[in-house]
Design a protein around this ligand. Structure first.
Ligand code: PMV
Length: 316
């Protein structure tokens, strides 16, 4: 290693974020309905280092100069460039290394979490204070490329360390009064949120009555789920998750593989189960009443074909 590189490599900082799961209200949230989302502990770290030339991005999906980043990561490029302009450092020589545990295209909010980690890392590297409003504005840039017209729920949850109630950009932290044990299972198929959101938009715009009924029912589910969480009524919460899944089937964003995992979890004793995120593949979640049941459902889902499962508990 050259001395210059060695000295430069000594100066590095990291920004962090995490994945998310949507408990209720995905898709409806795009139309101003409320939704509940939970921080999910798959981590992203963006390491920022000084190097001797250019701006280099290193990640599992692309390593090379920022200007040559592939189209599907254009949002990240735009976000980095805007941050560097705002920090008056557009020509600095940097390496941005992304370490992410979040699978891509599985409804776990990887694009928002990566952008949050990068923006936090860059502000920290240049020793500049970062408030939530500024962070949101930069991450929104990346999310517009990734999702078209995002509701902002992914970004809000990637920035939060508690469950949130999200509506039209307003965020309320939610209290949990009894432990919530979840199993998340990956169907193995990659969803495309931009496409599923556009399909729902086409469906709704062709049928105003269906749109109003569907959004009204999902709004009732979201409010009831919030109240069940506050009361610690997990049986009721489970039923509401099942109802929410039926609504998502009605608007055409579920598919056979996800329905199979949802039904498997219910037959194995889950209190409720539904897809989570954009759908068309990606992940489903199941709510259980104990750690033992959670482990049992996790292995049943693996035997039923889930590519990967995660167990996690939200403690009061
Ligand atoms: O990024 P995903 O697949 O978790 O989906 C985000 C949730 C949607 O409601 C489908 C889209 C949005 O912008 O809120």
């Amino acid at each position: 290693m050259w001395l210059e590189d060695f000295l430069a490599s000594k100066r590095n900082t990291s920004g962090f974020s995490h994945s998310k799961i949507i408990l209720t209200g995905e898709h409806a949230v795009v139309y101003g309905n409320p939704a509940i989302a939970l921080p999910f502990p798959l981590k992203v770290e963006a390491v920022i280092e000084e190097v001797t030339s250019g701006i280099i991005v290193e990640s599992t999906f692309y390593t090379g100069p920022l200007e040559q980043i592939p189209t599907k990561l254009e949002g990240i490029r735009a976000c980095i460039q805007q941050v560097l302009i705002a920090l008056k450092r557009p020509c600095d020589k940097l390496k941005i290394t992304i370490h992410s545990q979040i699978p891509i295209g599985k409804g776990l909010g990887s694009s928002a979490a990566i952008a949050v980690a990068i923006v936090r890392g860059l502000f920290s590297f240049f020793e500049t204070k970062l408030d939530d409003k500024t962070l949101s504005a930069f991450v929104h840039t990346a999310e517009v490329y990734a999702h078209g017209s995002p509701s902002g729920i992914d970004m809000a949850t990637a920035m939060s360390d508690t469950p949130i109630w999200f509506q039209n950009g307003d965020i309320v932290r939610l209290e949990v009064t009894s432990p919530l044990h979840f199993v998340i299972a990956d169907s193995g198929r990659i969803g495309n949120t931009q496409k599923s959101v556009s399909r729902v938009r086409a469906l709704y715009s062709n049928d105003e009555v269906l749109k109003a009924d569907s959004l009204r029912r999902m709004k009732v589910i979201a409010f009831a789920a919030k109240s069940a969480m506050a009361k610690g009524d997990i049986q009721k919460l489970g039923k509401l998750l099942n109802e929410n899944h039926s609504e998502l089937i009605q608007i055409g964003v579920s598919e056979d593989g996800l329905n199979h995992l949802v039904n498997t979890a219910r037959s194995a004793g889950a209190l409720g189960a539904k897809l989570t995120g954009g759908g068309d593949g990606g992940c489903m979640l199941a709510l259980t009443d104990s750690k033992e049941k959670m482990e049992e459902i996790s292995s049943t889902l693996t035997s039923a074909g889930a590519q990967q499962t995660w167990c996690f508990t939200i403690e009061p």
